[in-house]
Design a protein around this ligand. Structure first.
Ligand code: PLP
Length: 228
């Protein structure tokens, strides 16, 4: 199968892996790419993949090896949570208390504690999802999340603005890193699970790892351009 692959997934995967520090986790963003591409990366040892649509993820989950750790990275409607709750490894895109509560509820039904990240909105674009810093502060200050036994907040996810200005990207990632420190100190000082900083995509992951990212979400640089 790999010999028929028209795109060199394996070569590109190794290029990306060799350009990030070994302690930074690579989430291979496979949305809109065929299962064969995921298998190619899997054969090279990649185990963490990210998807942004529930139905596409469900198909791939069914078809592919069960030791893959699936991360959900897209906008997640509350009525879709029940479908991914039995197997999702991490929901990176939690941007409301309502969604957090639903993940907790579905986690309880499956007897699981589901790992999540809070998605920050730090980019200048108005269209992106995520919690504004003050909304994220409020959510954590409110404390209701502490009663949710079937979700585990493992850190923050952020996207920088889609711009060429490296200084702006860097300043946005540093803002996310500062928020991480603030929340860690205030709410998670005794909680070792709160340790992930998911930032960096194909065009900016080099900057992200310089801004203390622990997890980069790279699609295009591994799998090529997406065909929608
Ligand atoms: C699609 C997507 C990515 C990967 O983007 P690339 O530019 O293809 O690396 C990362 N994070 C999120 C949230 C995405 O939706």
């Amino acid at each position: 199968m790999s010999s028929k692959m028209e795109y060199d997934v394996k070569g590109h995967l190794h290029e990306v892996l060799s350009s990030i520090p070994p302690e930074v986790k690579l989430v291979a963003i496979s949305k809109f790419h065929p299962a064969a591409y995921i298998e190619a990366a899997y054969e090279e040892g990649q185990r963490i993949f990210g998807e942004s649509h529930e139905q596409e993820l469900a198909k791939k989950y069914e078809a592919l090896p069960k030791d893959i750790e699936w991360h959900f990275i897209g906008h997640l409607q509350t009525n879709k949570v029940k479908y991914i709750a039995p197997y999702i490894s991490m929901v990176e895109s939690v941007d409301s208390m309502k969604l957090l509560k639903e993940i907790d509820k579905q986690g309880r039904k499956c007897g699981r504690v589901i790992n999540v990240l809070l998605e920050l909105h730090i980019a200048e674009e108005a269209t992106k999802y995520g919690l504004k810093p003050d909304d994220c502060r409020r959510l954590l200050d409110d404390g209701e999340w502490r009663g949710l036994a079937n979700v585990r907040i493992c850190g923050l996810m952020a996207m920088a603005s889609n711009v060429d200005d490296e200084a702006q990207i860097r300043s946005e990632f540093m803002q996310a890193a500062a928020l991480f420190d603030e929340f860690k100190q205030k709410h998670f000082a005794d909680d070792d699970h709160f340790r992930e900083r998911s930032w960096g995509m194909s065009h900016d992951y080099h900057i992200a790892v310089e801004c203390r990212s622990t997890m980069v979400r790279v699609g295009t640089s591994i799998f090529g351009p997406r065909v929608y």
